[in-house]
Design a protein around this ligand. Structure first.
Ligand code: IMP
Ligand code: MG
Length: 181
């Protein structure tokens, strides 16, 4: 049996730190969206663990929906050519929307999502991301809720993948370089 921990170089954000921060963000959303019945839009697949933990810690009415997008390009670089793979189930017109993302890197994906969703006339729209790599930004995007700023390193775990693996790690980690080679 091969355990995936074998491929980890270092743990950047441990399980407890992640859970504590997610609870803080949930609390803030709870305060900001009391009586607003927001729709949390999870961006598949990376946002799944974050979205699940966030939801469990919000104790006011919320609804959820999901969207999947892809960006053409190599596996570790975004290109700005974003495409919808799965759209929302329901219209968001006049709704208070919160986009829930795993990571904002160049900013292309969230910029595309904001432009696409704003056309549908939501009442409000905010961005919630677990991670952000500010050094990598090409397009400036608004971030309303953010878990952690991280350095310019390719990270995996807690939803984030490399070639579709490692999403199941309960922490954020950096891969050993030999995995890429
Ligand atoms: P952006 O469009 O460049 O902001 O990239 C956003 C998307 O790229 C994220 O939703 C991730 O799917 C992916 N991504 C960016 N950086 C990383 C990383 O360090 N690890 C895993 N996926 C990443
Ligand atoms: Mg993603």
């Amino acid at each position: 049996m091969i355990k995936i921990e074998k491929y980890i170089k270092e743990i950047l954000i441990g399980e407890e730190a992640l859970q504590n921060r997610v609870r803080e963000i949930a609390k803030q959303i709870e305060i900001d969206y009391r009586d607003k019945d927001p729709v949390l839009i999870g961006i598949l697949k990376g946002a799944v663990p974050f979205m699940a933990d966030l939801l469990k810690n919000i104790h006011v009415p919320v609804r959820i929906d999901f969207m999947a997008v892809s960006s053409y390009g190599s596996s570790t670089e975004s290109t700005g050519n974003v495409k919808i793979l799965k759209d929302l189930d329901k219209p968001i017109r006049s709704q208070n929307v919160i986009i829930v993302e795993d990571i904002i890197d160049t900013g292309f994906t969230i910029d595309y999502l904001l432009k696409t969703l704003r056309v549908r006339k939501p009442k409000s729209i905010r961005v919630c991301t677990l991670l952000s790599k500010p050094e990598r930004r090409i397009i400036e995007v608004p971030i309303d809720y953010k878990g952690f700023d991280i350095p310019n390193k390719f990270v995996i775990g807690y939803g984030l993948d490399y070639a579709e693996h490692y999403r199941n790690l309960p922490y954020i980690a950096v891969l050993k370089p030999e995995v890429y080679e």
